[in-house]
Design a protein around this ligand. Structure first.
Ligand code: GDP
Ligand code: IMO
Ligand code: MG
Length: 430
């Protein structure tokens, strides 16, 4: 008789870039199957092993573990060009050790999606621009829900590809030309590369949902690796300054075909302070010295676009909202080391909304933009903690900060990041 496995969803609790890649890689030895379930190549998940840096954009962060299964689920928008690039890079570095499977139902990001992404951003202009990564994510999800998209299975067969692509392109070219005044894209320019992508990805395509359910039944430990963060969720984030997918834990099941009843726990990756890249409200953003110090010490520049990340103190109002939405079981707290050297550490515990104090996060961007942070302050620490491997070895002020987060969120902190390397992690029985 087979015993049931374990399914854990790992989500970013803030606006992305919390350090999800590093946490997935760190817990990797205990995991059998790693799955991406939403988003696409807009993600940038950094893994550093013995000083060597790898940034996963589309592939799961468990790719470095020999013999493990890595899956790209149906909820992902699949960029074949980026996929082949990443697979090729891993191969040339001798790091393609895992078994990789792609769902036939994942939607394909086509070149016209990237053109439309940029054209829409220009059209939105100042004041309305979202600051997307330009990876075609929004337009691809639009096509999915408009039922005009091409899925991975559609590009495997030449004739099917030609028929579906011709139809889709006619519509897209009309939009590109008539609405945005752009240059239409000839069919041959897309068909030939897409045909080649189909041939190259075919060996990876397999019924991912069935495979995952089988792995679960066979007692495997499965981690569903979220991309972006809760506050970028298309429903619960700071709309319209969000990404186009469900980044919260529930998305893990829509995006894989695993049954919700398989859920064992929800891991939230929380950065010890707040960052955001792109447009949209961020109550604790610090445009002065503090923001600069955090950016410098934390290396806060986008892993995909290289843009400087906006930085500020931890926003507990937003964090509590995130804990509630995701039903978080345990927190992986990252980048605690970046706070070393601060005389005092502040946490935003409520907002001042036009003279009224509130501790409720509001996903409405217009309202959030009017919220001013109300801070509580606590002592900082001067010591470098990047070599600490046990909780007790941390300075008292750092331990108090962790305890403060646990108290206010009501969730235990099971893992603490004290540096970017896989080993710079304090495990508290995670
Ligand atoms: P992700 O998108 O959530 O995977 O996060 P990113 O990789 O985009 O950004 C996190 C950055 O912080 C990367 O450069 C990581 O190498 C780095 N990082 C992760 N955890 C820690 C940590 O505990 N301390 C420090 N100093 N850096 C970390
Ligand atoms: P990871 O997985 C941080 C942001 C973009 C923009 C908005 C919409 O590395 O945490 P999109 O291209 O998705 O349509 O852009 O979302 N964004 C991210 N910010 N980390 C990410 O991913 C992000 N992916 C998208 O900057 O504001
Ligand atoms: Mg990132």
């Amino acid at each position: 008789m087979s015993s049931k496995g374990r399914v854990e969803v790992l989500v970013g609790a803030q606006w992305g870039d919390e350090g999800k890649g590093k946490v997935v890689d760190t817990i990797g030895p205990r995991v059998d199957v790693f799955v991406r379930y939403q988003g696409g190549a807009n993600a940038g998940h950094t893994v550093i092993v013995d000083g060597e840096k790898i940034i996963f954009k589309l592939l799961p962060s468990g790719m470095l573990y020999p013999g493990k299964l890595c899956v790209i689920g149906n909820g992902v928008v699949f960029d074949p060009e980026q996929f082949l690039k990443e697979v090729g890079e891993l191969h040339s570095r001798g790091l393609d050790r895992a078994r990789l499977v792609v769902s036939p139902h994942a939607h394909v990001v086509m070149p016209y999606h990237k053109v439309l992404d940029k054209a829409q951003e220009e059209f939105r202009g100042k004041g309305h621009m979202i600051g997307t990564t330009g990876r075609g994510i929004g337009p691809c999800y639009v096509d999915k829900y408009a039922r005009s998209g091409l899925r991975v299975e559609d590009i495997l067969d030449d004739e099917r590809l030609r028929v579906r692509l011709s139809y889709a392109l006619e519509e897209k070219n009309t939009i590109i030309k008539k609405l945005y005044g752009g240059t239409p894209m000839p069919l041959s320019e897309i068909y030939e590369p897409a045909r080649a992508w189909g041939k190259a990805i075919a060996p990876y395509v397999e019924d991912a949902s069935a495979l995952l359910c089988e792995s679960y039944k066979n007692g495997k430990r499965i981690v569903l690796e979220g991309a972006q963060g809760t506050l970028l969720d298309v429903d619960y984030g700071t709309y319209p300054y969000v990404t186009s997918s469900s980044t919260t834990a529930a998305g893990g099941f829509i995006g894989t075909g695993l049954p919700i009843s398989a859920l064992d726990r929800v891991i939230a990756v929380v950065k010890a302070y707040t960052t955001r890249v792109g447009e949209g409200p961020m109550p604790t953003e610090d445009k002065g010295d503090l923001g600069e110090r955090l950016r410098d010490r934390g290396g806060e520049f986008g892993a995909v676009t290289g843009r400087a990340r906006r930085c500020g103190w931890l926003d507990m109002v937003a964090l509590k909202y995130s804990m509630r939405l995701n039903g978080v079981s345990v927190i992986a707290l990252t980048k605690l080391d970046v706070l070393s050297g601060e005389d005092e550490i502040k946490v935003c515990t409520s907002y001042d909304l036009e003279g009224v104090k509130t501790d409720r996060f509001n996903g409405d961007s217009e309202t959030l933009a009017k919220c001013r942070p109300v801070f509580e302050s606590m002592p900082g620490w001067k010591e470098n903690i990047s070599d600490c491997s046990a909780f007790d070895a941390l300075p008292e002020a750092a331990r108090n900060y962790v305890a403060y987060i646990e108290k206010h969120t009501g969730v235990p902190v099971g893992l603490i990041g004290v540096g970017p390397d896989r080993h710079q992690t304090i495990d508290r029985g995670f």
